[in-house]
Design a protein around this ligand. Structure first.
Ligand code: UD1
Ligand code: CA
Length: 442
């Protein structure tokens, strides 16, 4: 168990990822709203360690570090192979006394349970100095094939480029996840050479090296779904689909109804309460919390927003970061809200922009209202008290305060504060001339 044995995690992320055809390092491509490496980091942390190191390349390290700080990044000057990449971490491995776990930065789907079970099985197997997490893919092409002896110990891992036709038929493959007993590992890594068809330092040379050192190599099997990595954008989309299925299943298990789950997009950090109904075609960005009994109607886009209990949103609503909707708030169609708190029971039901504002409880914002928060240079605040009525098509020029119970006539363009209980009407008076149109026609 990790509680007894200290765990050091090495995350490999120095590969060029050329097949993504991107200026962005591969591990920074997003699934479920965050970089792949962030998912890997979270899973690593869930194993109860803070000894996490990232191996990056000189060209991608600066960008990756922004997402992996405060963990240390080690630089692999040249991508000479996975064995060489882990060897770069020798500086930290040489100080470790427990288990070293190697993960790939582009393999974000491993669950904490799978990795913990693997580590536990490895640590309980006192003969083993190495553990290679295995899988049985439908098509093993491209993967390292694991040769095992009668007892199930791994004797060799054969890379695709080195495999004979017979060896290519082996269907037990290596996922890329490895663990090792730290003390002898540094020396084993030093013994890997690049005398092979790819001219690379293969991490998969380790089983034979450990065997010579009288240690064996164990393996356990991983569910295929978790082993997927992304080398191309198409594979990235496959990972996204798998992750979305997982997140949707979790939301439903926790008591939300997703009328058409396949059209609801969630983030890893989306929190959804009980008896929430989510209609089709809803997108959640990062930082969303949905309380119990909320109803999110179709085609809404929600990010960085907190919805308390019984809130109704949409259809076609856009909630941007900094939105807080207290109990029983209603935000209707074609309403955009940004950096604004709506107090209990407040409503903005149609065609409205509310930004940088505070809306008091039970206030009603009429159709077509706009908080003019931006003067071309600075953002200003709109403060609306409790029980305020803002008539349709009002333009509120911030900074502005409408005190409790104020009443704004429809079509007003207001730049002055309105006192509690006052009426404000700011529009040109209508001029009506009886019979004028009829006379003009004649
Ligand atoms: C590797 C394994 C293969 C396994 C497969 C599972 C080796 C030799 N082969 O092959 O047995 O079945 O993963 O996906 O290990 N990386 C570096 N520095 C390098 C090279 C790679 O950091 O110099 C990183 C990459 O960024 C990537 C990971 O290591 O995250 C794997 O490298 P990759 O070249 O994709 O290995 P595979 O050919 O897939
Ligand atoms: Ca790969």
């Amino acid at each position: 168990m990790t509680a007894q044995n200290s765990l050091t995690v090495i995350i490999l992320a120095a590969g060029q990822g050329t097949r993504m055809r991107s200026a962005l390092p591969k591990v920074l491509h997003h699934i479920a709203g965050e970089p792949m490496i962030t998912h890997v980091l979270r899973t690593a942390e869930s194993l109860g360690t803070k000894d996490i190191y990232i191996v990056a390349s000189p060209t991608n390290a600066a960008m990756i570090e922004k997402h992996t700080a405060p963990y240390t990044t080690l630089i692999q000057e040249e991508a000479l192979g996975t064995g060489h990449a882990v060897k770069i971490a020798s500086v930290v491995i040489s100080k470790a006394t427990g288990t070293v776990l190697v993960l790939y930065g582009d393999g974000p789907l491993y669950t904490s349970e799978t990795l913990q079970d693997f580590i536990t099985a490895f640590e309980e197997n006192t003969d083993a100095g190495l553990g290679f997490l295995g899988m049985n893919p439908d098509d093993p092409t491209g993967y390292g094939r694991m040769q095992t002896d009668k007892e199930g110990y791994v004797t060799r891992i054969i890379e695709e480029k080195e495999a004979s036709d017979g060896e290519k038929k082996i269907d037990l493959c290596w996922t890329g996840v490895m663990c090792a007993y730290a003390p002898p590992l540094v020396e084993w890594l030093a013994n890997i050479n690049n005398d092979n068809n790819k001219g690379e330092y293969y991490l998969t040379d380790l089983p034979e090296i450990a065997l010579n050192d009288h240690f064996s190599t164990m393996t356990s099997l991983c569910p295929m779904d978790e082993t997927l990595g992304a080398n191309t954008r198409a594979e990235l989309a496959e990972l996204e689909a798998k992750m979305q299925d997982k997140l949707r299943a979790k939301a439903m298990k926790n008591g939300a109804t997703l009328i058409d789950p396949n059209t609801v997009y969630l983030c890893e950090d989306t929190e959804i309460g009980k008896d929430v109904i989510i209609e089709p075609n809803v997108f959640f960005g990062t930082g969303v919390k949905i309380g119990d009994n909320c109803h999110i109607k179709a085609f809404s886009h929600i990010e960085g927003a907190t919805l308390e209990t019984g809130v109704v949103v949409g259809p076609f609503a856009r909630l941007r970061p900094g939105t807080v909707l207290k109990d029983n708030v209603k935000i209707g169609n074609f309403v955009e809200v940004k950096n604004t708190t709506f107090g209990k029971g407040a409503k903005a039901n149609h065609l409205t922009y509310v930004g940088d504002a505070d809306v008091g409880a039970e206030s009603n914002i009429g159709a077509g209202t706009i908080t003019c928060n931006y003067d071309g240079k600075n953002k200003h605040k709109t403060t609306i008290g409790e029980g305020v009525f803002v008539g349709s098509n009002s333009t509120l020029i911030a900074p502005i305060t409408l005190e409790d119970g104020a009443y704004i006539g429809a079509g007003s363009t207001l730049s002055k504060n309105v006192a509690s209980g006052a009426l404000a009407v700011a529009r040109s008076r209508a001029i009506i001339k009886d019979g004028w149109a009829t006379r003009k026609k004649k």
